[in-house]
Design a protein around this ligand. Structure first.
Ligand code: NAD
Length: 550
């Protein structure tokens, strides 16, 4: 992987306050979001934000050029970025996006992991993850509500609405997986997370995302049992390899109520650590014998998935949490890996059908009170939205801010626009300390085609049709978002995914109000229509209610 052509001399963090380095707040907002991605990054020195190798820019040279371009970018200009490298600036018009980007896209037949790694090593592409290359990552909080809502739905469907006293087993505490212990505790469960890297665990404990580190598996199970007996929610972590611990639990006859995994199984070279190798040995072997690392990682994943299937047989609720672990195991001969449900189709799709998805906002001056003010706006103006109200209360109480203060809150079609316009008014009326950026995860209504995650098992069989995210990005551009990105998979994800991302800044101006109104309404509207078109009755009703579609 090419990383540095020009290392940054100091650690990068997002600028705070109201002093502008760019020609306007729209440009300053995007620059702060880029810096914010790096402030939150798992490996800033390599520009890697999360998921093992999802990068914020191609290399350091590109990073510095992007910063320079954003500082000088004028209204009515658009900066073009190809896989993390700035290519040129074009004169466009006042309502055009400031930044358009395409990251990690390779045409169908060539979209193999081998080709991707080769192109990456030649410095021609990067994998942008979903929110890494387009500067939309907000730390572990970005996925925490999604994980919480999945567990809440699991509770409703399988445990009469409550996870009290229930044992959730999972693995991985990286950039995204690090949200699991807190999400599990907020959902009322006793959650045990297996993580091979002690430093990752310590990072999450320091950030307030996990309560306890067990000394070993025996200690972890004692802590689980104690919390279950007392009926208290508790988050516990243990250092270990999931491909060893999961089978060991089976051997001991310990059957958790819920089992999943969020290790970086999507990638067998840079991500999943094979059994029998330490992190340092894996690192060294990546250089000396990458084929052997991939083979061993795949074999370990197969062992872990076989254990997950066995847990399912013995009564656990088991689901894939979006890391492609089933596809990897299937590649290694676990032919029934897809007996495990994917979380999206099973638990979240009904929400997507109504345009409800992972909306988020970032306080660009760094002022935490701005987020608290917006929390109150949500509680006051959306009292009928129980999901949002419940989450805002939990988040306000339990979630510590990382880097720029931000909030995720799953909101639906129309609601996102209404909130953003209220916020734009508050910026204009100086009730907030400065502008607010609005964005969302790519795992949203029309924004993602991933036949193994977002669009598995579509009613009409349209799982692999990637027209939707492409149309989403085109529509975001036509409806005047400030930044629009198209991403595709690389590495373990090669050929699996295409997605779209958009960011719009509420700077208190009338133009911002227009942008927020058109872009956010179009974004969720297309999401509802994507599912209505696939014959989901909830989406067809939502389309009728909101007068969407023909
Ligand atoms: P990451 O690379 O930052 O972290 C992965 C963690 O897994 C690391 O801490 C690593 O040490 C650990 N790990 C690797 N192999 C292990 C093993 N055998 N046993 C125990 N721990 C092991 O990745 P991330 O950003 O946390 O993402 C994790 C996965 O979740 C990725 O596949 C990502 O694509 C997926 N993801 C899902 C969602 C969702 O909405 N459900 C959202 C984002 C990411």
């Amino acid at each position: 992987m090419t990383t540095s052509t020009k290392p940054a001399s100091t650690r990068i963090s997002a600028a705070r306050g109201s002093e502008l380095r760019c020609r306007g707040w729209r440009q300053e907002s995007l620059l702060r979001l880029l810096e914010n991605n790096l402030e939150n990054a798992e490996r800033q020195e390599d520009l890697v934000v999360y998921a093992s190798f999802a990068k914020a820019a191609r290399d350091w040279d590109s990073y510095h050029k992007i910063v320079h371009a954003l500082k000088n970018l004028q209204e009515s200009q658009t900066l073009i970025i190809q896989s993390g490298k700035p290519i040129g600036i074009f004169n466009t018009h006042k309502m055009a996006p400031l930044v358009l980007m395409a990251n990690g896209n390779i045409v169908g037949r060539w979209a193999t992991p081998e080709n991707f790694y080769e192109l990456q090593d030649k410095g021609l592409t990067i994998w942008g993850g979903l929110t890494a290359a387009d500067w939309q990552y907000i730390g572990s909080q970005g996925v925490i509500q999604g994980t919480y809502e999945i567990l809440a739905q699991v509770a409703r469907e399988h445990f009469k609405g409550s996870l009290k006293g229930k044992f959730v087993l999972t693995a991985g505490m990286g950039g995204m997986g690090g949200a699991q212990p807190l999400a599990g505790k907020l959902a009322g469960a006793v959650i045990l997370v297996v993580e091979v890297d002690r430093a990752r665990i310590e990072k999450r404990v320091a950030a307030g995302y996990c309560e306890l580190i067990a000394d070993d598996l025996d200690h972890a199970l004692a802590l689980v049992e104690e919390a279950q007996k007392k009926g208290i929610a508790r988050s516990i972590s243990v250092v270990g390899n999931a491909a060893e611990i999961y089978p060991e639990l089976l051997k001991r006859g310990v059957i958790p109520d819920v089992v999943t995994d969020q290790t970086s199984a999507h990638d067998t070279l840079y991500g999943y650590v094979p059994v029998g190798l330490t992190i340092a040995e894996t690192e060294a072997m990546r250089k000396s014998n990458p084929t052997e690392v991939r083979k061993r990682a795949l074999e370990s994943i197969a062992v872990e998935v076989q254990a997950m299937l066995e847990f399912k047989k013995k009564g656990s609720v088991v689901f894939d949490n979006g890391n492609n672990i089933r596809s990897q195991a299937a590649e290694c001969g676990v032919t029934n890996a897809f007996d495990i449900d994917i979380f999206t189709a099973r638990y979240l799709r009904p929400l997507f059908c109504k345009g409800i998805g992972p909306f988020r906002w970032i306080a660009l001056t760094g002022e935490p009170n701005d987020i608290q003010y917006i929390d109150q706006l949500v509680l006051e103006h959306f009292p009928e939205n129980e999901l949002a109200a419940n989450w805002i209360k939990l988040a306000g109480e339990h979630i510590k801010f990382e880097a720029l203060p931000a909030r995720i809150c799953w909101m639906g079609h129309g609601e996102r626009t209404k909130l953003a316009l209220l916020v734009n008014d508050a910026v204009r009326d100086k009730k907030l300390s400065g502008p607010i950026a609005f964005t969302r995860d790519h795992l949203d209504g029309a924004a993602m085609t991933h036949p193994r995650i977002g669009t598995e098992g579509m009613l009409d069989g349209s799982d692999a049709i990637s027209d939707w995210p492409l149309l989403n990005a085109l529509l975001n551009t036509a409806s005047a978002a400030d930044l629009v990105a198209i991403h595709s998979g690389g590495g373990g994800y090669a050929g699996y995914m295409t997605s779209a991302g958009a960011t719009i800044t509420a700077d208190g101006t009338d133009e911002a109000a227009q942008r927020l109104s058109t872009a956010l309404t179009a974004d969720t509207g297309l999401g509802v229509l994507r599912f209505a078109d696939a014959n989901y009755s909830e989406a067809q009703e939502a389309a009728k209610e909101h007068k969407l579609g023909l």
